[in-house]
Design a protein around this ligand. Structure first.
Ligand SMILES: NC(=O)c1ccc[n+]([C@@H]2O[C@H](COP(=O)([O-])OP(=O)(O)OC[C@H]3O[C@@H](n4cnc5c(N)ncnc54)[C@H](OP(=O)(O)O)[C@@H]3O)[C@@H](O)[C@H]2O)c1
Length: 369
């Protein structure tokens, strides 16, 4: 039987925090209850010390009220997925079963295994080209691929790295990076083929949902070459699988230095121009904020009006509070390889998200500052 996050399991996780977690720290989306903060595993060296640090940080995060875990196969050359796998084993031994945790990973970037090989070309030829997993024409920008055959291979590796038989959310990783050299119609064709494969993978029980984890694609002016329209992708998913399609999650950077998701009207849905937050809500897609601290840059030295609007004890808390409290964001991801950062950030578990008034106040003061 496939083991994955379930509504019952994730509700049970939240229930254990009753009385300790603030109302609205846990949010239900697509039949899963997720914490408003998630732990990310992108940054850091591909070495055993960082492997162990992430494993310890993930266990600490789960024990502090965070059940949303984000990675990608290429993060630290597959080592971050493996650090999560090790954490899941420890957590299971401590009585936290897989069903209570929502696991997200991504594929798209070519990645070596554990360390950069001395001859990367030879490695990719032997591992991928020779067995027919991709050919040179499938690769964009020298490093990106999203053909079904490649995704199947990456998901298989990811499941093994994580030590699970199902990933809850499987993202195409920065698909917009292909738009530098692929035309929009060819790009749409590639997305369609990827989505058709991902829907079949849902049926096989290897993933529960799929989505896109993006960097620029939904933050640009609509006319930019690498800008994307959510409605176009949603209609592709709908054409493939009808109303019950599983294209339900989009990740994009959202933090005090990157506010486009809330402020830039770069999407069109049913002829109406709107922000990605409004478009996602209209289309039934859950938004996840990545890089909530702008890779550490907004963890300190914020202008005083942020403290005036949001209160709290320090700038890192304020920056995370901003990302988790935005009206269209279900969870904000923060990279944490250090348990002291987990403990500091998890203080927000017991703090209610900012109110709409506090949030609006922040923008009003930001404009006048
Ligand atoms: N396109 C994409 O798909 C994409 C792009 C970016 C990010 N993401 C996802 O989003 C996650 C978060 O983004 P990110 O890791 O790039 O950046 P981030 O969360 O904005 O920042 C992470 C950095 O902040 C540090 N930090 C954490 N808590 C802190 C605190 N309280 N005070 C000071 N520093 C603190 C971390 O240090 P330690 O590690 O030392 O604890 C790490 O260096 C990623 O891990 C990844 O899962 C996805």
């Amino acid at each position: 039987m496939t083991t994955a996050a379930t509504l019952e399991g994730t509700k049970r996780f939240a229930e254990k925090w009753r009385g300790r977690a603030a109302d609205d720290h846990f949010r239900e989306t697509n039949g899963l209850v997720v914490s408003s903060l998630g732990i990310g595993t992108y940054l850091g060296q591909p070495d055993p010390k960082t492997d162990d640090a992430y494993t310890e940080a993930i266990v600490a995060a789960v024990e502090s009220g965070i059940n949303f875990i984000d990675t990608a196969i290429n993060y630290r050359f597959q080592r971050s997925e493996r650090s999560i796998g090790a954490a899941l084993k420890q957590l299971a031994a401590k009585g936290v079963p897989r069903e209570e945790l929502v696991l997200c990973t991504k594929a798209g970037y070519l990645t070596p295994d554990s360390a950069m090989p001395s001859d990367p070309n030879q490695y990719f030829f032997r591992e991928y080209i020779q067995p027919g997993i991709f050919s040179a024409k499938d690769i964009a920008g020298g490093s990106h691929c999203m053909t079904p055959r490649f995704l199947e291979n990456q998901l298989g590796r990811g499941l093994k790295n994580l030590g699970v038989d199902c990933v809850d959310i499987f993202y195409l990783h920065n698909p917009e990076s292909q738009l530098g050299e692929v035309s929009k119609p060819d790009f749409a064709k590639r997305i369609r083929e990827a989505f058709a494969y991902l829907e079949s993978t849902v049926r096989d029980g290897k993933i529960q949902y799929y989505g896109m984890a993006t960097w620029n694609g939904f933050r640009q002016d609509a006319r930019a070459r690498d800008s994307m329209q959510l409605a176009e992708f949603e209609s592709i998913a709908r054409e493939i699988a009808g109303d019950r399609h599983r294209f339900r999650f989009v990740q994009l950077p959202f933090n005090l230095g990157m506010t486009e998701a809330l402020t830039l009207g770069n999407q069109t849905v049913s002829g109406k121009q709107m922000t990605i937050m409004e478009a996602a809500s209209e289309l039934g897609i859950t938004l996840i904020a990545s890089a909530a601290l702008l890779q550490g840059q907004v963890a300190r030295n914020l202008p005083p009006f942020v403290a005036q609007a949001l209160g709290l004890e320090n700038d890192a808390e304020r920056a995370l509070q901003f990302a988790r409290s935005a009206p269209g964001i279900t969870a904000a991801l923060v990279g944490m390889s250090r348990t002291e950062h987990v403990r500091a950030n998890a203080k927000l578990v017991s703090v209610p998200p900012a109110t709409i008034d506090q949030f609006s106040n922040l923008f009003a003061r930001g404009e006048s500052a």
